[in-house]
Design a protein around this ligand. Structure first.
Ligand SMILES: NC(=O)c1ccc[n+]([C@@H]2O[C@H](COP(=O)([O-])OP(=O)(O)OC[C@H]3O[C@@H](n4cnc5c(N)ncnc54)[C@H](O)[C@@H]3O)[C@@H](O)[C@H]2O)c1
Length: 267
């Protein structure tokens, strides 16, 4: 956790991370706290969320858990108010919560479409809508939107997911232009595959870039062949990029989509 020998890269900042009970969000919460941020971990209610926040505190970091479903404007407003009450105005929002979304243009279940858009497009906006006002009032902030390389290039079988992620990229550019004069930066991260429960859920439906396979492990091994770097990502790879975008080191970067995919989409 915070290293007394050097100032943290997020020292003095208050960061809210949605989807922080698992995967990339949990890894980012740990890293942000280790770099001196006061971290508000948010996710659907549950033991995993509380355990992640407690783990950070036990390691010497500063963190609270505030449960919120990002599809609820009321719960996002309560998250924003709770974060400000705990630590003061929010400086960083990592809108990361997500779910698997599978199907094709021809067979995607409309109920799946509605859920995926609610969580990963409307939910990204709702969490921002609640928190950006605090950033404007306090003179600035950094919003990091979790997109996907699947929002940029076609990946078989993830039609609603790709649509939501492409929408997040549009939202990011739009908001960067609107909010730049207020000192609020908006950036999108577009990762390739980093195995997490979400990725397993996609592969279980036979979707994703694993091609034909009989086990998840075989699918992931197949997918690895598409990555010039020779491996899939880790949640820490992506957390490191989020840390840079959260910090003042990226002060002149806004409205950008940051691909992090081991070279996959360059092929
Ligand atoms: N892992 C990858 O390969 C990958 C690649 C590209 C993009 N992403 C994106 O990264 C983000 C994090 O995914 P992950 O891979 O860490 O998955 P994950 O399943 O480990 O974590 C996602 C978290 O989001 C939470 N969540 C789901 N619905 C929610 C809701 N309505 N309100 C609040 N929280 C909710 C889940 O409970 C879970 O804890 C997602 O937006 C995902 O689309 C992941």
């Amino acid at each position: 956790m915070p290293d007394p020998a050097r100032p943290g890269r997020l020292e003095g900042k208050v960061a809210v991370i949605t989807g922080a009970a698992s995967g990339i969000g949990a890894a980012s919460a740990r890293l942000f706290a280790a770099e001196g941020a006061k971290v508000v971990l948010s996710d659907l209610p549950g033991e995993a969320l509380e355990a992640e926040a407690a783990g950070i505190r036990e390691a010497g970091g500063t963190a609270v858990a505030i449960a919120a479903d990002v599809t609820s404007l009321e719960q996002c407003d309560a998250l924003a108010a709770g974060a400000a009450e705990a630590f003061g105005p929010v400086d960083v929002l990592y809108a990361n919560a997500g779910i698997a979304g599978t199907g094709t243009v021809a067979d995607c279940d409309p109920a799946m479409w509605d859920t995926v858009i609610a969580v990963m497009l409307t939910g990204v906006w709702y969490s921002q809508r609640a928190i950006v006002g605090q950033m404007i009032e306090s003179g600035g902030g950094s919003v990091i939107n979790q997109a996907s390389v699947g929002g940029i290039v076609g990946v078989p079988g993830i039609f609603p997911y790709a649509a939501a992620k492409a929408g997040v990229i549009g939202m990011t550019k739009q908001s960067a232009v609107e909010m730049g004069p207020h000192g609020v930066r908006f950036n999108a991260i577009a990762p390739g595959t980093a195995p997490t429960p979400l990725v397993t859920a996609v592969y279980e439906k036979g979707a994703g870039s694993g091609g034909e396979f009989s086990t998840i492990e075989e699918g992931l091994a197949n997918a690895t062949k598409k990555y010039p770097i020779g491996r899939l990502g880790t949640v820490e790879d992506i957390a490191n990029l989020a840390l840079f975008l959260a910090s003042d080191e990226s002060a002149w970067i806004t409205g950008a989509v940051h691909v992090i995919d081991g070279g996959m989409s360059a092929d």
